[in-house]
Ligand binder design. Structure first.
Ligand SMILES: Nc1ncnc2c1ncn2[C@@H]1O[C@H](COP(=O)(O)OP(=O)(O)OP(=O)(O)O)[C@@H](O)[C@H]1O
Ligand SMILES: [Mg+2]
Length: 509
């Protein structure tokens, strides 16, 4: 494969039924540079990358040139052959295969012991994969089954796969949205290393700090059009946000500490199979309670054990009903709660169904006729349309299939689904994952509004800024145990990390 010196995109457009995802976008990229791509949910970022990766074809009239020559990227295989590798928004791995098999999955033929042999030279395969993992500074075991890896490690596999296939143009679509701070730091190291080695790198993110620390230049998309193309050194965050939104974001922090109201939910000594260990907390009416901790600290496991997704090995739950706080079974708690889980593709959505059916799924009984058991689809349409408007889902209409929405808009559908049920208590695990900064502010405002009306929230967020601006009180979890509680007046990075740091010091002793 010849060395790629330049990549040019000229007048790229892409229409879907009812949407123009890209219109007449042109830009260029060069070796040794990281090019950021930013824009609000549905702006066309992933579509652009899907075209480069051969997953979508641009409309007539557009051209892609490599080293000045026009190329056709008819499918992902053609992209690979041209040296383009795509690390997608939703991580793509074969969960039941081994690490080394995953990395080389695209071309097993190459590793047959003889031309027509049915036997793979697994020793040589492992050696090859080890080489790439070493180069990335990773100590993942080539023999490990992939399901045992963390999200960050799975992502590293995708990078190793890209390199082993000879990728020279690397596309990263929101790579940090499920990574821990350490994993993010390591990813940045790797990207910087690849940049120094002369790779052409595209980097999509909603975290503008990442764009400023990693990229050399940035392309801004809005409604499928290019609204900005600048060197990072020539712009600041405000300017960038202006290009993305066409206006500025309004501040929305809820000020002051809220008056204490009655306790609506009490969790006592909650323990799971492995995590959590003996966690107790109280939740007040209208309160927004945050759960903070490092990745793997057992935050999601706390929700899963409490709400019966995993087995609860010990503990009791109390819920206020008819003016009294009384012990309640998980099953009896369900009508009063909602649970927005972390994995939108895994258990958050019916991907092949419409936006409407997804939104109404949280309380479908409300739309069923009592006698006939049929659905009142008109009512479904009206209510889901109104919720789509509230959370600002960008789609042609409520009948659009959810898998065709952009990542951030899929997340908004899940939020709409739980707002439709309007439960007393809403548990949310990373509610704004993949949501753009404008919509994030809108969703936070909706959470404030709901809480003013008496809905209570328990929220996990790995984003420090978000959890501090959103919550009234935060509990801190470390290795499955409760190690701290901080109230609004004392919120700071230090106060949240205090419990965690002191535990880590104990470990070190
Ligand atoms: N297969 C498809 N069929 C119909 N519409 C589609 C399809 N794929 C994307 N779209 C639409 O194209 C637009 C751009 O989507 P795209 O996924 O590129 O957005 P994005 O900038 O990546 O957003 P996000 O930040 O939410 O990931 C959206 O309106 C989306 O609904
Ligand atoms: Mg996207």
């Amino acid at each position: 494969m010849e060395k790629i010196q330049s990549l040019e995109l000229k007048n790229i457009s892409k229409s879907f039924p009812g949407v123009k995802a890209l219109s007449d976008v042109s830009f260029s990229a060069y070796p040794g540079k990281v090019c950021g791509i930013v824009g609000v949910n549905g702006a066309g970022k992933s579509t652009m990358m899907n075209i480069l990766g051969g997953l979508l074809q641009p409309d007539e009239g557009g051209k892609i040139l490599i080293n000045g020559r026009e190329v056709m990227i008819e499918n992902p295989k053609a992209a690979t052959e041209l040296g383009i590798a795509f690390i997608q928004q939703e991580i793509q791995v074969f969960d039941t295969m081994h690490v080394y098999e995953n990395v080389l999955a695209a071309d097993f033929d190459k590793w047959r012991k003889g031309k027509n042999s049915l036997v793979l030279d697994r020793k040589a395969m492992k050696k090859e994969v080890q080489k790439h993992l070493d180069a990335l500074g990773s100590n993942i075991d080539v023999d490990a089954p992939v399901y045992s890896l963390t999200v960050g490690e799975k992502q590293l596999l995708q990078i190793a796969r890209a390199l082993s296939e000879g990728g020279q143009i690397l596309l990263f679509d929101e790579p940090t949205s499920s990574l821990s701070d350490n994993e993010i730091a390591r990813l940045f190291e790797i990207i910087n290393k690849l940049k120094a080695q002369g790779y052409i790198i595209f980097y999509i993110s909603h975290f503008l700090d990442e764009i400023f620390s990693l990229c050399d230049n940035v392309i801004v998309l809005r409604d499928g059009k290019k609204t900005g193309d600048a060197l990072i050194s020539d712009i600041d965050k405000e300017k960038l946000v202006g290009m993305m939104l066409g206006h500025m974001v309004e501040g929305n922090a809820r000020s002051g500490v809220r008056a204490q109201s009655e306790v609506v939910l009490k969790a006592e000594h909650i323990s799971g199979v492995r995590l959590p260990k003996d966690i107790s907390f109280e939740l007040h009416k209208g309160e927004i309670l945050g759960v903070w901790g490092l990745l793997g600290s057992g935050r999601s496991e706390l929700f899963n054990a409490m709400l019966g997704i995993d087995k609860m090995m010990g503990g009791r739950i109390y819920y206020r009903e008819n003016g009294r706080l009384e012990e309640i079974s998980q099953k009896k708690l369900y009508p009063h709660i909602g649970y927005l889980t972390e994995g939108r593709h895994y258990d958050g959505l019916f991907l092949d169904m419409s936006i409407k059916s997804n939104i109404t799924s949280s309380d479908i009984g409300r739309f069923a006729s009592k006698f006939l058991g049929t659905l009142n689809t008109k009512k479904e349409a009206v209510e889901s349309r109104s919720l789509m408007k509230q959370v600002n889902v960008k789609a042609t209409d409520e009948n659009m299939i959810v898998s065709k929405l952009s990542g951030g808009n899929q997340q908004k559908v899940i939020i709409a689904k739980w707002f439709l049920k309007d439960p007393d208590i809403l548990f949310m695990d990373e509610p704004t994952k993949g949501v753009d900064i404008g919509a994030k502010a809108e969703i936070q405002n909706l959470i404030f509004e709901k809480s003013e009306k008496g809905m209570s929230f328990v929220i996990i967020s790995s984003e420090l800024e978000e959890i501090m601006s959103l919550c009234d009180r935060i509990i801190v979890v470390y290795e499955g145990r409760l190690v701290g509680e901080v109230s609004k007046a004392d919120f700071s990075k230090d106060s949240l990390m205090k419990g965690i740091v002191s535990q880590e010091e104990k470990h070190a002793d």
